[in-house]
Design a protein around this ligand. Structure first.
Ligand code: ZN
Length: 340
């Protein structure tokens, strides 16, 4: 075995006021991401959210000004220059791709997913999601044709305000970079090192190992494999999707995107049962023909905690780049597996 799921177990001894100051030992686990070594502290609290956040009031209040609603999308959103994208926007089904007014790079867009302003977690269909990812892929294909220096692509989704979403109307954010950026750059570099050291692809091997261990492997939708991350980047869980044999979003077939959307609908349905109403998603793509990498995606829930509206991102995560998780990935896998 060349993938190492490294964990260190500790216990914290204290005299607990809830048990007449009885001496108790609280177990804590540090887990190291098998690719990058990034650390997640697991402190099991059997944590669950007490209720769903109701966004219907804020949805009603924002609908009449929303630039992504069908009545305004033609007049209130920007257009791409004619020499880049003829007709100024890309449309597939209900999805519309427009330039991002607050760009994150030279090539930064927004994909309005559907015509409906407020969509609840369980209302997304495979067809609507697949069209939105296909439209985002089409945009990135045009970027790659227009500017050959562009090789690194992300498609992100911030769903609802706790995730950083500033517009209720559901939208994706495809973005392109000339060189790898952020945590993706670390994953790409470490995938290359893994390939050099062991002679095979980390991502393909991860799927095989997780299948063999059976503790975090959720299942497959077509060719796409789904796993709960060993060292999650959220208080509750992180789900990873791996696209075998594909290194770039540019080479995904329609069936790959439909299968991805299929898995996503299952995860959204599960999150709804856990009272989760907001999430972040990233779909990451390496350059074409970089055989040490695979297209992959990550999804994490986002929320605020009652009664104070406490954020789910504190100093350890925001400044120390140290994740904290209150639920074991294996527990989430057992629950979520039933949806696959
Ligand atoms: Zn809208």
């Amino acid at each position: 075995m060349t993938i190492v799921f490294r964990r260190v177990l500790w216990s914290s001894i204290l005299l607990d006021p809830r048990r007449s100051f009885e001496r108790v030992s609280l177990p804590i686990e540090a887990r190291f991401d098998p690719l990058t070594g990034r650390v997640c502290i697991i402190s099991e609290l059997r944590f669950s959210l007490p209720a769903k956040t109701d966004f219907s009031e804020i949805a009603k209040a924002t609908e009449m000004f929303c630039p992504f609603c069908p009545a305004r999308v033609e007049t209130a959103t920007p257009m791409f220059p004619e020499e880049f994208i003829p007709n100024g926007r890309i449309r597939i089904g209900e999805a519309v791709v427009v330039p991002n007014l607050m760009p994150y790079s030279q090539y930064s867009a927004v994909t309005v997913i559907c015509q409906k302003h407020f969509v609840k977690m369980t209302e997304f269909t495979q067809k609507v999601l697949a069209d939105a990812f296909l439209a985002s892929q089409e945009y990135l294909k045009r970027v790659a044709l227009h500017d050959r220096s562009q090789k690194h692509f992300l498609i992100n989704w911030n769903f609802m305000p706790p995730s950083g979403g500033s517009i209720i109307h559901p939208h994706l954010q495809p973005v392109s970079y000339e060189e790898p950026m952020g945590y993706y750059a670390r994953q790409l570099e470490d995938s290359k090192k893994f390939h050099e050291n062991h002679g095979y692809n980390f991502w393909e091997h991860l799927v095989e190992e997780e299948k063999r261990l059976g503790e975090r492997y959720l299942g497959a939708t077509g060719a796409i494999h789904w796993i709960t991350a060993f060292a999650p980047r959220s208080y509750l869980f992180e789900v990873i999707a791996v696209f075998p044999k594909k290194t770039s979003i540019l080479e995904l077939e329609q069936s790959d995107i439909e299968n991805f959307a299929n898995g996503l609908v299952r995860i959204l349905n599960y999150m709804d049962t856990q009272n989760i109403s907001s999430f972040n998603l990233t779909l990451q793509s390496g350059p074409l023909n970089e055989h040490h990498y695979r297209v992959n995606a990550s999804i994490i829930p986002r929320f605020t905690l009652p009664p104070l509206g406490t954020s789910d991102t504190a100093s350890l995560r925001a400044l120390n780049d140290l994740s904290v998780c209150y639920k074991k990935p294996e527990t989430t896998c057992n629950e979520l597996k039933q949806y696959f």
